[in-house]
Design a binder for this molecule. Structure first.
Ligand code: GLV
Ligand code: MN
Ligand code: MN
Length: 389
């Protein structure tokens, strides 16, 4: 895309091409391949003893201008790990599956973790019709365009998954700067999205005196600075980001009358996250009052922090040790499919370093030997879970 990087938006041609490529790899590895009701691609090997499935994978979509590894690493490593386990050890005792989850990022539609929520039966009533992309296309129409039936979303629900393992890049600097080369995720931070609408007064950019303006964008800018200061003051792992803003009427010679932005606020501790949300909300209200603006702060998303499964974390620690690494226990600041699938299965995650901590940008990278180490540890963990005698 312009400016570099990948953009595989849900149900777009790039997304379809990637899904087909993964399906071809899974077929080549001898797995039974299917696309579910929302477009998650599954590859399955039957276990000799049946029972609940051991699943590994990650998401196939990306943010705009994203990197090559966020999500894709976990998909490619899943295919590689399962294919090599089957090639080396034959049929597992447990059902073993790979999944390329159709959407996690919320890039095209403001509905993140769509694929994992469909598996975990967490889709909201009416969501397919209600949610629209920037062009006004509904999720339902986007599904139809790739041959999926929006009335059949419930068909993606799985109640027979025992464990879900996800390999992912860290997306922050801890492993790269402080080591070791593998991390076991014990918890995933909760995310709140607050939509803020600031209303001032549109005026002529040439004729209205600076001292008499009620400029909504200047108010929103002061709020963005104050929001970041709140998170800095609370300290790690509190984070708060304003990543999107629109103004009205968005004309070069008009003082902005309205500014709308979304605050993404995260913390791994539920009480601290509630404090963070209250403090950023108050900061916006104080600034609006000082500047004679109206402000409305509305919670549009609230995903609580999630603890991952301690038993799977132990399996992952043993797998890291077998690869020669004593892993670090970590909390993920980024959101992941595992946080939703934790409601439907015993979920665990393994991190490899992100060079310079860079992610959600074209420079996202991980050393090849760390990718191999992570994939190897994933395969070892899957072997322990799915080749039990
Ligand atoms: C997705 O990467 C998120 O953490 O929002
Ligand atoms: Mn991401
Ligand atoms: Mn991701």
């Amino acid at each position: 895309m312009p400016g570099g990087g990948c953009y595989r938006a849900l149900y777009s041609p790039a997304w379809s091409a990637a899904s087909e490529l993964v399906a071809a790899w899974l077929k080549e590895a001898g797995l039974l391949v299917r696309r579910d009701a929302v477009g998650n691609v599954w590859g399955r090997v039957e276990g000799s003893r049946g029972g609940r499935a051991i699943v590994t994978g990650s998401h196939i979509d990306t943010v705009r201008g994203g990197g090559a590894l966020d999500g894709a690493l976990g998909v490619v490593a899943a295919v590689e790990a399962v294919a090599s386990l089957v090639a080396s050890y034959g049929r597992p005792t447990r059902i073993l599956e790979c999944v390329a989850i159709c959407e996690e990022e919320g890039s095209r539609f403001n509905t993140n973790l769509w694929g994992a929520r469909a598996i975990a039966d967490r889709i909201e009533p009416g969501e397919v019709e209600r949610v629209r992309d920037g062009d006004g296309t509904s999720l339902a129409d986007a599904m139809r365009a790739v041959g999926l039936d929006p009335a059949g979303v419930a068909g993606a629900v799985r109640r027979d998954i025992d464990a879900f393992l996800e390999l992912h890049i860290e997306q922050g600097p801890i492993l790269d700067e402080q080591g070791p080369r593998l991390g076991v995720v014990t918890a995933i931070a909760g995310t709140a999205h607050l939509e803020v609408t600031v209303r001032g007064q549109p005026d002529h950019a040439g004729a209205m005196a600076m001292t008499r303006r009620r400029d909504a964008l200047l108010g929103a800018s002061a709020m963005a600075l104050a929001i970041a200061e709140v998170a800095v003051r609370m300290g790690h792992p509190a984070v708060a980001t304003v990543g999107t803003i629109v103004v009205e009427p968005a004309q070069v010679n008009v003082v902005p009358g309205v500014a709308r932005f979304v605050i993404d606020a995260r913390h791994s501790d539920p009480a601290a996250r509630a404090d963070l949300v209250n403090e950023v909300t108050n900061a916006c209200k104080v600034i609006a009052r000082e500047r004679g603006l109206d402000v409305d702060v509305r919670a549009v998303r609230d995903r609580p922090p999630v603890r991952l499964d301690p038993r799977i974390a132990e399996v992952l620690r043993r797998a890291c040790a077998a690869a020669g690494v004593a892993p670090r226990d970590m909390t993920s600041g980024a959101g992941h499919d595992a946080q939703v699938l934790a409601a439907a299965a015993h979920a665990g995650m393994l991190f490899v370093p992100s060079i310079g901590g860079r992610s959600h940008c074209p420079d996202e990278a991980t050393a090849a030997e760390d990718v191999i180490l992570g994939a190897r540890a994933l395969a070892t963990a899957l072997r322990e879970l799915s080749y039990q005698s």
